[in-house]
Design a protein around this ligand. Structure first.
Ligand code: SAM
Length: 280
């Protein structure tokens, strides 16, 4: 088997890249969501569904409003992120509160009524069967329980990344798999309805967060290197046109007055989340 080609400018993959890519944003959203949920019962059971490296889990553990006797089951399909979360759990002494399992959000095997709170952040957009995932959230929630789900409504750096893709690969080039965001907010509302969630049990919230980075060049390189890989893998032409892609992306980011800010040596990239709080 031949080793896939990697442009010399691309960041070498390691699990910490997701942490760098997400920067502060998932944590900021999770902190806001915690402020929306009703008081949890003693010994509450919590599911962090599609947990990644555990942004929501770490915020819930740090929060004073989440009871200290609650337990969190953190699940994901990607063992690399789970290994990273296991490491954090060891380093931070969370092992008595956090159980970590590999689990597909579309085929959750926990029994009905397992959780008082279920959190599913920025997972739905890439799911093969989002209706099944929404049904599992409902099925595994206890009566009186709460689920919070977040998806991105607008990502200021996404259009610039698409512009870089089309500029360097041509207008007909298929989108990189990581940028095929199949679920819009409208589609998500329909998914919840199709899964049987009743409209009167939903509360919708919008939240703007600013992804913070010290260095736009580094962030653009990281995000292009992580998400920009085309269908079929990187090509020699991607390497040759790497800088051109990055310049196009930076130009698009800086040109979006509402999506870009620079303050005290730090760059902010706007990201708008749509959050739904569901009650069972
Ligand atoms: C953008 S990350 C968000 C991670 C985390 N929820 C957060 O807010 O930081 C999306 C996560 O969804 C996970 N994921 C994708 N498909 C999944 C599936 N079918 N079941 C469970 N997790 C999935 C990915 O592995 C990744 O960790």
């Amino acid at each position: 088997m031949t080793t896939p080609f990697l442009p010399k400018q691309a960041p070498k993959f390691h699990p910490g890249l997701l942490t760098e890519l997400q920067s502060n944003v998932s944590n900021d959203v999770a902190r806001y969501q915690i402020s929306l949920i009703p008081k949890l019962p003693p010994n509450a059971t919590i599911h962090d569904n599609g947990c990644g490296f555990g942004a929501a889990t770490s915020e819930m553990i740090a929060s004073d409003t989440i009871p200290k006797d609650s337990t969190i089951t953190a699940t994901d399909v990607n063992p690399l992120w789970l290994d990273q979360l296991r490491q954090s759990a060891r380093d931070e002494n969370w092992n008595d509160r956090v159980k970590i399992d590999i689990m597909d959000a579309c085929a959750v095997t926990y029994p009905d009524a397992s959780f008082d709170l279920s959190v599913t952040n920025f997972v739905f957009t890439g799911l093969k069967d989002p209706i099944a995932a929404a049904k599992h959230i409902q099925r595994t929630l206890k009566v009186g329980g709460t689920a919070v789900v977040a998806i991105w409504n607008d990502i200021s750096w996404l259009e610039p990344m698409l512009a870089a893709h089309y500029k360097t690969r041509g207008k007909e080039a298929p989108l990189p798999p990581a940028l095929c965001l199949s679920l819009t907010v409208e589609g998500f509302v329909k998914v919840l309805a199709d899964a049987g969630w009743e409209e009167e049990k939903m509360q919708w919230e919008d939240l703007t967060v600013w992804l913070q980075t010290k260095n736009l060049n580094d962030y653009v390189r990281l995000s292009w290197g992580f998400l920009g890989m085309p269908e079929g893998g990187w090509t020699v032409e991607d390497e040759e046109r790497w800088e051109e892609a990055l310049e196009a992306m930076k130009e698009g980011i800086r040109g979006n007055a509402e999506g870009y800010r620079e303050k005290d040596g730090e760059v902010g990239l706007r990201m708008d989340a749509r959050i739904v709080v569901l009650r069972k």
